[in-house]
Design a protein around this ligand. Structure first.
Ligand SMILES: Nc1nc2c(ncn2[C@@H]2O[C@H](COP(=O)(O)OP(=O)(O)OP(=O)(O)O)[C@@H](O)[C@H]2O)c(=O)[nH]1
Ligand SMILES: [K+]
Ligand SMILES: [Mg+2]
Length: 514
């Protein structure tokens, strides 16, 4: 137990010194967008209140915390009026950083902002904040833990509705709560083990404390496993779902990419082998972030540049979560009708992937392994070239057979901007995305960072080691050490146990003023 007390003490002493010695910082908090209606400049640290009084030419405290005041602000050296400003200040510890904080809401013109920043820089103990320094102080002063801080960073960077929701929930502490609960459970088990070691001989400790602890540890391993085993939902939502468009040359892959992103991102031409490089486009479908990838048509060729394109296409199939296989319906209509859709698709995919086998020297089992983890959508393209009656015939044929593939099938046309007809495909994509990104089974927040995954994996190993060692009476102290490690791994996620290196990595992606 002493160890814990010591560790917590150590962290608090660190915080105490941090609070005492850190200078007051300031920065533009509202972003660097040229001209705007309002700009917010934020000041944090022990001189904040003094700065507020000087800039507004008040000699004594006339400001109540958390109230808005409308005041002229003045440059302390030139004595020029800078602007009229709405001002609010927060007294420590009830502020974002946990220190005294003041916000100046001024008109958002570049000259006003630079004059105000210049005015602030004339104070001896004030300096411009480093990127992420406000958030870093919030963490060090115990206002937010690391997982919440990561949620805040994701919230600022969120580009889609679903990303925003996930980040907000994480910033509000829903994910942290899970990790903290687990940590507390292990600490409790550890306390029991230590009590057993220390007092067992006096027979004050009931024998079943170890068994109870074992049950808790087993339950925890189970919970952490299922949290890890989430098919990377949260991480995917955070960083974007990769969707690769693949198929034969001229099937209409680039046309489809353009139709989905509604711009001419990729070159379309009647010449087979037009696309060679991989073309990526970041888009938003129904609030989910997607990286849509157009690839070179898969075929055997002697053209060295095209071979490179095919290799790149194959790598992208490998790294994608969803594959859209585009097939020229006009070209293959009779084939599908004669062979049946299932047989046709089987042959078609085999043919495509045999190219891949050849270039990558892979085995067929490799392909199966790949495809098994992916969502597959098959788009029969160029339906505008087929009569409606033919499409009806085809539909009847497909419906009458049981397809052995687990694919979503749609018929589309991406002829030109006016005549795009891809709504069926988009609906299917939405379903796949929600499946890949959300956790509707348990409503539990998802794991969002590889960092968490690494620490949780280490935590499971330590818990398992504990179970292994615990039945050996001589080893009980060693077993306890494993629990201590498990506590440490979980503490590293939330920042209860922190190292400078982790902090540097987390805060480096913040912008200045956050
Ligand atoms: N009629 C019709 N033509 C289409 C449709 N989609 C694509 N095309 C045409 O098919 C040709 C090939 O289209 P692309 O988008 O370049 O095909 P691709 O699959 O990207 O071809 P590569 O990059 O060479 O592998 C172009 O002439 C397109 O205009 C469609 O839905 N209907
Ligand atoms: K083409
Ligand atoms: Mg193309």
């Amino acid at each position: 137990m002493f160890n814990f007390v010591y560790k917590n003490l150590h962290q608090n002493v660190f915080k105490f010194f941090f609070r005492q010695s850190s200078s007051t910082i300031f920065a533009l908090a509202s972003g660097l967008n040229q001209k705007c209606g309002v700009a917010v400049v934020r000041v944090s640290g022990k001189s904040t209140h003094e700065v507020l009084l000087r800039l507004t030419k008040h000699s004594k405290n006339l400001y109540e915390p958390r109230k808005m005041y409308f005041r002229d602000i003045w440059h302390p050296i030139t004595n020029e009026k800078i602007d009229k400003s709405l001002i609010v200040w927060f007294k420590e510890p009830k502020s974002f950083t946990g220190e005294d904080v003041c916000e100046f809401h001024v008109h958002g013109g570049p000259a006003i902002i630079s004059s105000l920043l210049n005015a602030l820089s004339t104070f001896d103990d004030l300096r411009y904040a480093e990127p992420g320094e406000f958030a870093r102080r919030a963490f060090l002063n115990g206002q937010m833990d690391l997982v919440e801080i990561e949620g805040l960073a994701d919230l600022v960077n969120a580009e889609t509705e679903m990303q925003r929701k996930q980040a907000l929930s994480q910033m509000e502490g829903n994910l942290s709560k899970i990790y903290k609960d687990w940590r507390e459970k292990i600490i409790k088990s550890l306390a029991n083990v230590e009590a057993y070691i220390d007092f067992n001989e006096e027979e004050n400790v009931e024998d079943n404390v170890l068994d109870e602890g074992e049950q808790i540890v087993r339950g925890l391993i189970e919970s952490i496993r299922s949290h890890l085993n989430d098919n990377r939902r949260g991480e995917r939502l955070r960083s974007g779902v990769r969707v690769a468009i693949v198929g034969q040359p001229n099937a209409g892959k680039s046309s489809l990419l353009n139709a989905i992103c509604r711009r001419r991102a990729a070159i379309v031409s009647p010449i087979p082998g037009t696309t060679r490089d991989v073309i990526e486009s970041a888009i938003n479908i129904a609030g989910y972030p997607i990286i849509l990838v157009d690839t070179a048509g898969l075929r055997e060729t002697s053209d060295l540049v095209e071979i490179e394109g095919v290799m790149r296409a194959c790598s992208n199939i490998e790294s994608s979560d969803v594959i859209i296989v585009v097939i020229d319906l006009n070209k293959f209509y009779n084939d599908i009708l004669n062979k049946g859709f299932s047989n046709f698709l089987n042959e078609h995919l085999n043919e495509k992937f045999s190219v891949f086998l050849k270039y990558f020297e892979k085995k067929e089992s490799d392909i199966e392994k790949w495809l098994s983890g992916k969502e597959i959508v098959v788009s029969l393209n160029k339906k505008d070239l087929i009569k409606q009656s033919q499409i009806d015939d085809l539909e009847n044929r497909i419906n009458s057979e049981k397809c052995e593939f687990k694919v979503s099938l749609n018929k589309i046309s991406c002829l030109d901007e006016q005549e795009n007809d891809i709504s069926e495909l988009l609906d299917q994509l939405k379903d796949k995305l929600s499946l890949l990104c959300t956790n509707d089974v348990s409503e539990q927040p998802s794991l969002t960072q590889q960092r968490h995954r690494d620490m949780l994996t280490k935590c499971i190993v330590s818990l398992e080691n504990y179970l292994e060692k615990r039945h050996n009476e001589d080893d009980l102290a060693l077993a306890a050490e494993e629990l201590r490690l498990a506590v440490r791994w979980l503490g590293t996620i939330t920042g209860h146990v922190s190292t400078e290196q982790i902090l540097d990595v987390i805060f480096k992606d913040f912008c200045i003023g956050k």
